[in-house]
Design a protein around this ligand. Structure first.
Ligand code: NAP
Ligand code: HSE
Length: 442
């Protein structure tokens, strides 16, 4: 009989994700031992409330409210509590004691990543975070390892399951925003405060992490442009469908050229955008996520799968736990953070994309020409114009005097589009600017 070395594993958090991590550690203990060459001993699960119900049947004696005692003497600490504090303090304690840490906490990484990575590097410990972006989908490791020899130019994806669930339900079943959010929460996809999902804080944190990895540079969270999905109404979704598009909350990180200096910059942004129904991202349904990576030599790669949920996220955590455990068995330095490049993060005004502008205009001669003139004056090239195809309730009420004008543009600078929209709203012929949506994924 082989006498396997034992590795002490502390679990901080026993909620949606934590309970599933504990279940896998206990149920697959023997198999994991064979894969690692050491036994993973779950020494305890730190929670706030010892009486709270758990999604898995776990031994009561494992639960404790004393996280610090669990951390002391552990080889691997798994942080699935969420939030900034005390998670940050616990992770620093764990790293400083020499433990490797596995976390799913994108909020913490996006806010305090450099501090945590520096602490890890100082003591030669490792900080793993595959579960922090896109749930079960392996995307951190591909960016960090598999594409380490290539040059990534763009990452575009759906990285928030809750908002994709909501937008998909609104598109597929005509469900209301509130009903769809309630189901997503019930299914365990939403954050404790769903504002993090709906207002795209969660997706912004994830795109900051992805951009940092993709471009080997630090992307501060406050430099990520963020627009959530509260402005997306049933009517917007309807507009999009009739025009052959679907609305998705897209997280985009790309290399861009600064239009002012001609120097290279990085853009990191998240907003609801239109994508063609033919685009592969349009087929990402329910709480699934997908990430497109465009790299110089590899070309386009797509990573797809479950972006949230207890067992799904636990799978990504466990991959990291096995990596950490193997490092303990075999040794070696593991991987340091790679943020040697200091590329400026450019504001949204500096990006170039296509736009879909819906106007309510006076139905009279010269209105179209006046509108077209505004676009051309501000350097925005119009690709297509459709009149009266997509009505709004407001427009329909005043049918005799107004018409709907839908303008699709060629790629244009965001600052030029913004001045176009301001000028349009001041035009006599324009009753209102009904919506302005970006079009991505040509
Ligand atoms: P959750 O269901 O709210 O669970 C949080 C757990 O942490 C609970 O067991 C809670 O204890 C415990 N906890 C919170 N604060 C604590 C404290 N101060 N001391 C001790 N224990 C504490 O959260 P979750 O959905 O599992 O998410 C955990 C982490 O994974 C978050 O960082 C989240 O962003 C990330 N994540 C979640 C998903 C997902 O689909 N849910 C996907 C990817 C990443 P009680 O149970 O006693 O309240
Ligand atoms: N609330 C997040 C989501 C969980 O809906 O995607 C996964 O990070």
């Amino acid at each position: 009989m082989i006498n396997y070395r034992s590795l002490r594993v502390a679990l901080l958090g026993g909620g949606t994700v934590g309970a599933q991590v504990a279940r896998i550690l206990l149920e697959h203990r023997d198999e994991l031992t064979s894969r690692i060459g050491a036994t993973l001993d779950l020494v305890g699960i730190a929670v706030r409330d010892l009486k709270a119900p758990r999604s898995a049947d776990l031994p009561k004696e494992l639960f404790t409210t004393d996280a610090e005692s669990l951390i002391l003497g552990s080889d691997i600490v798994i942080e699935v509590m969420g939030g900034l504090e005390p998670a940050r303090t616990y992770i620093l304690q764990a790293l400083n004691s020499g433990a490797d840490v596995v976390t799913a906490n994108k909020a913490l990484l996006a806010n305090h990543g450099p501090e945590l990575f520096a602490a890890a590097e100082q003591v030669g410990a490792q900080l793993y975070f595959e579960a922090a972006v896109a749930g079960a989908i392996p995307i951190i490791r591909p960016l960090r390892d598999s594409l380490a020899g290539d040059r990534v130019n763009r990452v575009m994806g759906i990285v928030n399951g809750t908002t994709n669930y909501i937008l998909d339900a609104m598109d597929a079943t005509g469900s209301s925003f509130d009903d769809a959010l309630a189901v997503a929460t019930e299914l365990g996809y939403a954050e404790a405060d769903p504002t993090a999902d709906v207002d795209a804080f969660d997706a912004a944190q994830k795109v900051a992490i992805l951009a940092g990895l993709a471009f080997h540079t630090h992307v501060p969270l406050d430099k990520v442009h963020r627009e959530g999905i509260r402005s997306v109404t049933g009517q917007t979704v309807d507009f999009a469908r009739k025009a052959g598009y679907v609305v998705k909350l897209l997280a985009i990180a790309e290399r861009v050229t600064d239009p002012d200096t001609g120097e290279e910059g990085v853009s990191a942004r998240v907003y609801p955008a239109l994508i063609s129904r033919e685009h592969p991202l349009a087929a990402v349904r329910k709480a699934n996520n997908a990430v497109f990576v465009e790299a110089e030599a590899a070309g386009s790669l797509m990573f797809y799968g479950a972006g949230a949920g207890g067992p799904e996220t636990a799978s990504a955590i466990m991959g990291d736990v096995v990596s950490a455990a193997r490092r303990h068995v075999i040794g070696g330095p593991g991987q340091a953070e790679s943020s040697y490049a200091t590329i400026p993060v450019l504001p949204i005004s500096h990006i170039t994309t296509r736009y879909h502008v819906t106007l309510s205009v006076a139905d009279q001669p010269g209105a179209l020409a006046a509108v077209a003139n505004v676009f051309s004056t501000h350097g925005v090239s119009v690709e297509l114009v459709e009149q009266g195809v997509l009505g709004t309730e407001a427009v329909q009420e005043a049918e005799e005097t107004t018409a709907t004008l839908v303008i699709g543009t060629h790629a244009a600078l965001e600052s030029d589009l913004a001045s176009t929209v301001t000028a349009l709203s001041q035009l006599d012929a324009v009753r209102s600017v009904v919506s302005v949506l970006r079009i991505e994924g040509a």
